[in-house]
Ligand binder design. Structure first.
Ligand code: SAM
Length: 283
């Protein structure tokens, strides 16, 4: 039983809702172009470090004939994924010691996992479980743009809540989050050095701007709700007293954001994420 990530770093809803948006059908064409995988192929895909399963769920829709497996070592993520995502086999386990036979998958894929696992083990295990000619896809989040709506600025109650929590050692450092981060030039080089051929790199740009007219209300409101759940989970994870006021303040400001959206009062707050997409082949 391992709940380190979901209880200390990013909660189930923070990851699931944000990734559901990033891997929405509206955006998936950008990834597909770089993946270069026949969408009707009868293949076996393994997602490594799948979290609560939003990418696996999108792969299920986009590659309907594929057999999809997904693995993560966090028990909460795997329980959530098993309950909420159908048509995917979810496993609890370690990416550094994949519980699969050599040469058993056509494609391996991961999203924002590379930076947390030692490179030799990360690439080496995927190389081992891929069939000759198999494709490794690696998605890595790069610096994006973020602009907050005035009505979503941190409230006094939130500030007081966060200031009341004793500063302990840096949580991210403690759990080794991002310990193996690499630059845009280092990732493809690392993939080649660790045995992959024909390595290519490209980018997907995901624009989450609720007020943009191209997005229907359902999607725009999902963007606002994803932010709300992320703020609420952060407060819950702090496990500190005085959380009720902060929770109420967060709910009040997101209710206001929704009201403004519904009344057509534009805020133009945005979150644009840039995802690097690496593709390499096992010769
Ligand atoms: C930033 S999260 C990304 C999760 C998911 N790919 C997504 O985009 O929602 C990193 C994930 O890697 C998982 N992880 C980290 N080290 C791992 C390891 N050695 N084996 C399996 N999973 C691991 C964490 O539990 C977490 O779910």
């Amino acid at each position: 039983m391992n709940n380190i990530w979901s209880e200390n770093i990013q909660g189930v809803m923070t990851l699931y809702l944000s990734r559901k948006l990033r891997f929405d059908d509206v955006f998936f064409g950008q990834y597909k172009k770089q993946f270069g995988i026949d969408e009707n192929a009868d293949i076996k895909i393994l997602e490594v470090g799948c979290g609560p399963g939003a990418l696996a769920e999108a792969l299920r829709r986009q590659y309907p004939n594929a057999e999809i497996s997904a693995i993560d070592r966090d028990s909460n993520f795997i329980s959530f994924a098993r309950e909420n995502v159908t048509g995917v086999d979810f496993y609890e386990g370690d990416a550094e010691k994949l519980p699969f036979e050599d040469c058993s998958f056509d494609v391996t894929i991961s999203n924002t996992v590379l930076e947390h696992i030692e490179s030799k083990a990360f690439w080496g295990e995927q190389l081992r479980v891929l069939k000759p000619g198999g494709v490794c896809l690696c998605l890595s989040a790069r610096r994006g743009l973020h602009c907050t709506a005035p009505c979503l600025e941190t409230t006094k109650a939130e500030k007081e809540f966060w200031e009341s929590i004793p500063q302990s050692e840096d949580e991210l450092k403690k759990y080794g989050v991002g310990r193996y981060s690499m630059t845009e030039a280092e990732i493809p080089a690392s993939m080649e050095k660790n045995g992959f051929s024909d390595v290519t790199a490209g980018y997907a740009i995901i624009d989450l701007t609720p007020d943009a007219p191209k997005y229907p209300p359902k999607m725009a409101e999902a963007m606002i709700e994803a932010m709300r759940q992320s703020d609420l989970e952060a407060i819950r994870h702090a496990r500190s007293c005085g959380a009720e006021e902060a929770v109420s303040a967060v709910n009040a400001k997101y209710n206001e954001r929704l009201r403004l959206y519904r009344e057509g009062v534009k805020q133009w707050d945005t979150s644009v994420s840039v995802t690097m997409i690496l593709r390499g082949v096992k010769k």
